[in-house]
Ligand binder design. Structure first.
Ligand SMILES: Cc1cc2nc3c(=O)[nH]c(=O)nc-3n(C[C@H](O)[C@H](O)[C@H](O)COP(=O)(O)OP(=O)(O)OC[C@H]3O[C@@H](n4cnc5c(N)ncnc54)[C@H](O)[C@@H]3O)c2cc1C
Length: 464
């Protein structure tokens, strides 16, 4: 099938139901001169364009997108718009100081609200609903993590944002087998990711930006007039911005700054009101258990359960392919989990399965950077927490690029540079080892009822 005839609605339920025409916009077929040229029409690239144009409407902004706006993780995610940041508060405090950790959390919480305010400002129905998130302990081994999550926010003065629940109080919010307790966090909204990314693309166009789709950037060069190169011409600008997240692993110069890790999702049919009553999940709070092999749940506005998780293998050379979005054993495991967590749903039908790559930096610390010598900016490395983070990144890049000092321009991710990932075959061997070890740690914890002690090599390698 040729690129232009690809059916983008098949890439996720969110793209299928975003209500937007997914026919690609015209490609860039001649060289152009602009003020700002952006690689990638996901949240990061589009938010950067939005805040730049909001502050300076006369800027000429072009966005170059290999597929269509929202093709990447922005059009496929688990719908959590959360203040959860990839790096823990303690690690931030250790590296950047206690007040930086506090500022980071405040900025992230602000980003959750800003996404909702943006949608209201532009009359976009992105189904933003701030119902919080519930981290549950399934089994004894997960109980310590509940306490740890509550402790880390309380220690930094955010006790008003946390509530710890025992089993009975948890069961009042959702009934999941083997659950012994939970912690509820206030600063999470649930959204329709596809409507957000496609709506945001329309808004930035209405502000004067041009989005070129079906336009792959093959290389970039920095300098007084930095350039995004394509096979059909180049975009020369005063500043360029790299917002390709996981896909940047294929770009020369930044390729080892992020590694693609696949996250996969399955979706049920809409549940009946009896089924929802049996589960007792009345509000739209998101849910996650405290496992190493991450799982995450959300509830769609039309009454389906989205169950996502990791577990799909890393591919040698950080390769990304459409076929990797589907991984039978992982999707089967996710569907088995739905039936095990909610026995009343043993006969539920699954209507959608999809997945996509996240961008992992070597130290799990995102980067929002602008290099004044090369005029190259970049936002990347959000791990599994990119929805709200990308909004903050876009606002911060706009500040940095316009030379404004704000409360954002001193945040820890600003001009951070992560260590590069190891070259192959070491990367492959190391990542596959950690992936396998996490599975074993979870199995052992479930079997013995004891939480992992944090001392194994895999735990130390993946400490945030
Ligand atoms: C399955 C899944 C579930 C997730 N769940 C959550 C969640 O619930 N909550 C949360 O906070 N985060 C979640 N994330 C992460 C979050 O979605 C991402 O961090 C965020 O969307 C990243 O936005 P982005 O714009 O930086 O990258 P992307 O959305 O990936 O956009 C990058 C864009 O750049 C384009 N591109 C790349 N390279 C080139 C090139 N060379 N030339 C031209 N264009 C290029 C791509 O086609 C793509 O459209 C999830 C991710 C996945 C995959």
């Amino acid at each position: 099938m040729g690129e232009a005839t690809r059916d983008y609605s098949t890439y996720s339920y969110w793209l299928e139901t975003c209500g937007d025409d997914l026919t690609p916009r015209p490609a860039m077929d001649v060289s152009i001169d602009v003020d700002v040229a952006i690689l990638g029409a996901g949240y990061s690239g589009l938010w950067t364009a939005y805040y730049l144009l909001q502050q300076n409407p006369s800027l000429k902004v072009a966005i170059l997108e290999r597929e269509i706006a929202g093709f990447g993780a922005s059009g496929r995610n688990g719908a959590w718009c959360t203040s959860g940041f990839p790096t823990s508060m303690d690690t931030l405090a250790k590296g950047w100081g206690r007040s930086a950790a506090i500022d980071m959390h405040r900025a992230m919480a602000g980003a959750v609200d800003e996404v909702g305010s943006f949608a209201a400002r532009h009359a976009l129905d992105i189904q933003w609903e701030k119902s919080g998130s519930l981290f549950i302990a399934r089994g004894e081994a997960q109980l310590p993590e509940i306490g740890e999550i509550a402790r880390s926010l309380t220690d930094y003065g955010f006790e008003d944002e946390v509530e710890v629940y025992d089993k009975a109080a948890t069961d009042e919010r959702i009934r999941i087998t083997e659950t012994l307790g939970s912690v509820w966090l206030k600063q999470t909204a649930v959204i329709h990711p596809g409507r957000l990314v496609r709506g945001l693309a329309r808004v930035v166009e209405s502000m004067g930006a041009t989005i070129y789709e079906q336009t792959a950037v093959t290389d970039f060069t920095g300098g007084a007039y930095p350039v995004l190169h394509t096979d059909r011409g180049h975009a020369r600008a005063r500043m360029v911005v790299l917002c390709g997240e996981a896909y940047m692993s294929g770009l020369k110069g930044v390729g080892r700054q992020v590694m693609p890790v696949y996250s996969l999702i399955t979706l049920t049919e809409p549940l009946t009101s009896d089924q929802w009553a049996a589960i007792g999940w009345y509000s739209r709070h998101t849910v996650e258990s405290c496992k190493y092999t991450i799982d995450y749940l959300s509830k769609t506005a039309d009454g389906r359960i989205l169950f996502g998780g990791r577990g799909a293998p890393y591919h040698f050379g950080s390769k990304i392919e459409d076929s990797y979005d589907l991984h039978g054993p992982t999707h089967t495991m996710l569907q088995d989990n739905v039936r095990a967590w909610f026995p009343g749903l043993k006969d539920v039908r699954f209507t959608h399965t999809w997945g996509g790559p996240l961008g992992w930096p070597r130290d799990f610390m995102p980067t929002f950077s602008f290099d004044v010598r090369t005029n190259v900016a970049s936002a990347r490395g959000y791990t599994g927490n990119g929805v709200a983070t990308a909004n903050l990144a876009g606002r911060t890049l706009a500040d940095l690029m316009l030379g404004r000092q704000t409360e954002r321009t001193t945040l820890p991710p600003v001009n951070h540079r992560s260590r590069s990932w190891e070259p192959e075959p070491f990367r492959f061997l190391g990542v596959r080892y950690v992936q396998r070890s996490f599975g074993k740690l979870d199995e052992k914890a479930a079997r013995t009822g004891k939480a992992p002690d944090g001392k194994s090599l895999a735990e130390r390698l993946a400490k945030r």
